[in-house]
Structures are given as C-alpha cells and as structure tokens.
Design a protein around this ligand. Sequence first.
Ligand SMILES: [Cu+2]
Length: 194
Amino acid sequence: MKEGYSSVSHALRFGQPLVAFPVGLVLATMAVTFTACTSSSPSGSGSVITPAESGTAAETAAPSIVVSASPTEAPGHIAVIVTDMAMRLSSSSAAGGTVTFDVKNVPSEPPYGTVHELVVIRTDLDAAALPTTKDDRGLVTGVIEDGLDIVGRTAHLAVGGSESLALNLEAGHYVLICNLTGHYMYMRQNFEVR
Ligand SMILES: [Cu+2]
C-alpha cells in the first residue's frame, strides 16, 4: 500500500501520466475525495475544482496529501498536523499574544486514519512527563487532565478535518498533546511562548 502510494505521488509530481494500475486509479480517486473535503473546510483556502479542470484534478490534488511535506506557517499561526501516530508543528515556539493553531488531521495512509485532537496545556513539565493513566497491562492510556492548566482544545477532528484554535498565550512553557485513548505516547510536543 505504502509503496504504491509513493510511486503514484512520484509520478504525479513529475507530471507523468497516471498508469492504469487499479491501485493507481484507486489512489487517484482518494486524492480527489480528500481534496473535496479540504475544499469545504471553514478556512476556505482550498481551491475549487471546476468541471473544466476535473480531468486534471488528480494531478493537482496529489501534492496536498504528501504527508512528508512540512507544515507551513503564516505570521501568528502555527500549523499543526495530527496524523497516525504523530504530531508535527511548523514551529515549536511563538511570540506571546494571539497564537492561532491551524490544526489538520492528515491521515498517513489515506483514506485510513483516525480521529485526533489538539490540547494546549500550560505547564512546567516536559511533554513526556505529564501524569498518566495506565491500563491493566501497564500501558499508558492517556494524560490525567484534572489538575493541569488546559488553555484550550480543538474538537475531535475526523480524518481530513481541520480547526483553527486561536488562544491568547503569555510567555512560558506549554505542552501540546492529543489525549484520545492511547495517543499521548506518540502525539506530544513541547511548545515555548517567548
Ligand atoms: Cu490522536
């Protein structure tokens, strides 16, 4: 699956015609579907695919699902990609004041993926040192939020979903996590506000 996906992306990036392998067609369809989702996001930044462009939709859509691309950042904004299972930031720090986290759930292997969230916590603790709950086998299930200073959080974002979370942050240390069951061990980042 992963190899097929990579080679299709490669072919598209270099403008080569799509080969007629069934997997290629399926993945191209996925790309169109994914773009359709992002086009209707509240940010309105997605391009609208008109009928005239539909023949090349797969080619123009492909780069948007190349998850190895780094998140990009606008002034005052931190791009956050939540994926399976990692969290990537366009920057690990920001100036104090209004900081907008533009969070997007980008599955690592579309259309498969799972729901994620972003939780912003003001704390002196390192991202890996938050208090946790464990299951009966001793595996960490999540962070105990009671007693932590939760500054803000997004909704639970479905695959392809996005949310811009604007927070007024003072200088200090913060930790960003996804606290859906079992995700904290993989989805946590330190964040500094200057
Ligand atoms: Cu998650």
